[in-house]
Structure formats: structure tokens, C-alpha cells
Design a protein around this ligand. Structure first.
Ligand code: ZN
Length: 451
């Protein structure tokens, strides 16, 4: 039963959900991943028409895989491939590697461009996923004594069923979904929820709404943990600290992808990087241009290969997310590799005067300095073939100094962090629109290379 508490859920004072797995040596991780990869590639080749033809066309065969680096001989896939194959062989595409009767659940991507792609799960895929979510929640300190309020969308969204991970762990699980903020605050207050999952922007907005409604967050509410995903903010220390201060709670950043599963990396209680589900996913971080692996700590594109999901194996999926990672031991005792946050999406990366700039770099500046409210907007234009970056940033309600001084300070910090100069416009507090889901903070008005 996917929703039942795991029969072997450990006692609450135990640090690990599965200690032998979570603390094994790096050599043991690599041996486990190699064994899973060999099986998974063989399954994909035997049962998916797409993979059979794409491996054949590339002249590679699963039998040739002797070490983890051999994955680099296999072809990439991306969102475009998923869309094309789904259109060619509806409704699930020919990356599918099981009979349709074995599929019990699908999620679909929000599909900001084009048709959403479906992500199918067998009963076994679903069950293993939920078990992993329980393990991840446990690593973030959630326990059976908690009251967990899940306020993510349930409509085809892969984040929805993650609530079952908290339920399997044994926490009292409140399936709130996405309801108006006043209603959500009422639910949190009535049931004295101790944990909640939402986006970073919404956590901030919800906290500000509570303050406006006259709710004394620390006295009347009982939130101790906030799980966030879907935006870089959860891994930007300055953003995290401001939301934590607002709520008097700890923020844990999680990372998931509709085309893989809900959350496949998350912060432990040390909150330094997100531990990967390394027994479910083989992670590569590659230079987006050359495809060569980048060194630890360097930024590169995240490329993921599933190791267990049999319904639709994902072999070398280019996520478009720019991340960095570390294999250094974590103080929590877990030995899995950690992602040091998502710096942005390749699509979000702005090239300004030839310099790569991520909105997350600018967000860190806006949130570090308490003379700013933390809200900001970027506008990029082209004037006589030259890029012009304008940053609109709100001053804090309590700031009583001169706007010119504030603008100069912001511009100086921005130049030193990104190497780019910008016009900075200081706006009164509460001017910029507040996000209720994913924040839209960039307006690129440039048209074409010479526009
Ligand atoms: Zn850790």
C-alpha cells in the first residue's frame, strides 16, 4: 500500500532512514550505480523501440558498459525528443519500455512551450519513488510526530504525490493542494501544521500575508520546517535566511523534474547542498557546449539518467538546468553527492555584453542587504547594439536614507559579483507584484541579435 507507513520505519531518534545505503562508501555507491545502469540500459534497449534504434544508430550497446564513464558513449535526449516521440507514437511515445497495461500513474510537465509531455510510472516505479520521498523527508528531519501540510498542485503535477512520502514516513499528512493563501493559513493554524512544502516565492508571500492579517507567526503558528522547490531561491543563502527569519522555521531546498520524478535531490539538516537520490539517478554535470564533464564546484548542465524507472527509462536527459556539485563528505554522515543548488536554467541565463548572468546572482544581492525589501526585476534592452541592464529594486519600508546612495550601493555590488554594470532604479516598498507561484522577474526586450 503506497500510502501506508513503511513497515520498517525507524525510531524517531534514528538519524537515517536506511543507514547501510545512505552511509556506504563512494566505491560502494559507484558499484551499485554501475550494476543498476547495466540492467537499466539493457531493459531500455530490449523494450523501447526508440532506445533500440538510437543506440544502434550511435553504434553502442548496453553490453559494452564496463564503468560509469561508459555512459558518455550513449546519445543524449532532451525535452524536444520527448515531445517528438510522443507525437509520433501517441499517447506516451516509444521511449516507453513496458506494456501500457502496466502503467498506473502519469504526471505531465507544465509545458510552458508546446504540448505537455507525460511521464508514466508502473506500480513498482511509483512505490520506489514514494519510498525515496520518505527517505528524503527523513533526512530533512521530518518525523512521524510531525503534521505535514502539502500545498503543491495535484493536477498532473509530479510534486503532488510527494505528500505520500510524508505519509509513508508516518507524518500526519494534510493534502491541502493549492488554495488561496487566507485558506491555507487557516488550515495551517487550525491543525497546527509543523511542516509545509511550497515554492520559495510563495513561502515568502504567505509569510507576508500572515503578517498583514495580524497573525503572530511564531506564537499562533507552529511551522518548523518549510520544504521548497521549483525556483533557485531555496539554495540562495540570502533568500533562505530571509524566509527563515520571517517564519522562524528552517528552509530545505528540494529539486525534482516531471520527466524523472517528484523530488530527486534534497537538503539534509546540514542544509549545505542537496543530496542526490544516487540509487535512482545517475548524475552528469557537463559543459553545455563541449559535453565534457566539468570539475567539482564548476557550473555545468545537469544531465540525468534513470537507474530504476522501468516504465520510461530516461537515458542522458539534458535538463537545461545549470548546477554545480560536490562529492565532499557531508557533516550529516550521508555519502551521496550533493548538488550545490540550481544556478538557473540555460533558458534563463542572460548574456549581457557577452557576460553570462543568472537572475539568481542578482537575487542574492537584493536579499542580502536589509535596506532592500528583497523584491527585484531585471529589464534587458539594446541601445545602439549595446546591451543595457536595468535593475528595479524595492527599498525596505523602514529605509530612511537617500535613494541615490542605495542605487549606487546596489550597482557597485552587482558589478563586483557579475562584472556587469547596470542602471539601478529604486522603487518604494510594495511596488513590484508579488508572486504566488513561480516568480517572473526578467523582461528581455532585446529582439534578435541586431534588433
Ligand atoms: Zn548531508
Amino acid at each position: 500500500m503506497p500510502s501506508a507507513q513503511h513497515p520498517s520505519a525507524p525510531p524517531s531518534d534514528q538519524k537515517f532512514w536506511d543507514e547501510a545505503l545512505e552511509t556506504q562508501s563512494r566505491a560502494e555507491w559507484n558499484a551499485l550505480k554501475l550494476r543498476l545502469l547495466q540492467q537499466h540500459l539493457a531493459h531500455a534497449y530490449q523494450h523501447s523501440a526508440y532506445y533500440q534504434s538510437s543506440f544502434d544508430a550511435a553504434g553502442v550497446h548496453p553490453d559494452q558498459v564496463r564503468c560509469l564513464d561508459d555512459i558518455r558513449r550513449f546519445p543524449f535526449i532532451d525535452k524536444q525528443v520527448l515531445r517528438e516521440r510522443q507525437l509520433a507514437v501517441p499517447p506516451f511515445g516509444d521511449l516507453l519500455a513496458v506494456p501500457e497495461r502496466d502503467i498506473v500513474y502519469i504526471s505531465a510537465s507544465s509545458g510552458s512551450t508546446g504540448v505537455p509531455t507525460a511521464s508514466p510510472f508502473t506500480a513498482q516505479d511509483f512505490d520506489q519513488w514514494i519510498d525515496y520521498e520518505a527517505r528524503q523527508f527523513w533526512s530533512s528531519g521530518l518525523r512521524p510526530e510531525d503534521r505535514y501540510c502539502h500545498s503543491l498542485n495535484f493536477s498532473l503535477f509530479v510534486g503532488g504525490p510527494c505528500v505520500l512520502g510524508a505519509q509513508r514516513l508516518g507524518a500526519l499528512s494534510i493534502h491541502a493542494g493549492t488554495v488561496p493563501s487566507e485558506r491555507l493559513l487557516a488550515i495551517i493554524r487550525q491543525f497546527q501544521a509543523t511542516a509545509i512544502w511550497t515554492t520559495p516565492s510563495y513561502a515568502w508571500y504567505l509569510g507576508e500575508t500572515a503578517v498583514k492579517e495580524g497573525i503572530d507567526i511564531r506564537r499562533e503558528l507552529n511551522i518548523k520546517r518549510i520544504f521548497v522547490a521549483g525556483e533557485p531561491g531555496g539554495s540562495i543563502p540570502e533568500t533562505r535566511q530571509r524566509i527563515e527569519a520571517l517564519w522562524g522555521a528552517s528552509i530545505y531546498d528540494y529539486y525534482g523534474l516531471s520527466d524523472i520524478f517528484g523530488s530527486c535531490a534534497g537538503m539534509c539538516e546540514e542544509k549545505h547542498g542537496l543530496h542526490w537520490a544516487e540509487d535512482h539517478i545517475l548524475v552528469e554535470v557537463l559543459d553545455p557546449e563541449s559535453g565534457a564533464p566539468v570539475a567539482e564546484g564548476e557550473r555545468g548542465e545537469l544531465v540525468l539518467t534513470t537507474l530504476k524507472k522501468v516504465a520510461r527509462p530516461m537515458i542522458r536527459f539534458r535538463t537545461g538546468d545549470i548546477v554545480s556539485f560536490t562529492s565532499d563528505p557531508c557533516a550529516c554522515g550521508r555519502t551521496s553527492q550533493r548538488m550545490l543548488g540550481v544556478h538557473g536554467r540555460l533558458d534563463d541565463m542572460l548574456i549581457i555584453k557577452g557576460v553570462n548572468v543568472f537572475p539568481s546572482d542578482i537575487e542574492a544581492i537584493a536579499r542580502r542587504d536589509h535596506d532592500f525589501s528583497g523584491e527585484y526585476k531585471l529589464i534587458v534592452e539594446r541601445d545602439h547594439h549595446l546591451d543595457v541592464l536595468t535593475v528595479e529594486v524595492e527599498r525596505a519600508a523602514a529605509y530612511a536614507g537617500a535613494d541615490a546612495e542605495l542605487a549606487a550601493r546596489f550597482a557597485r555590488q552587482l558589478q563586483s559579483v557579475t562584472g556587469v554594470s547596470a542602471k539601478v532604479l529604486i522603487l518604494p516598498a510594495e511596488t513590484l507584484p508579488r508572486a504566488t507561484h513561480k516568480a517572473k522577474r526578467v523582461e528581455d526586450r532585446r529582439t534578435g541579435v541586431w534588433g
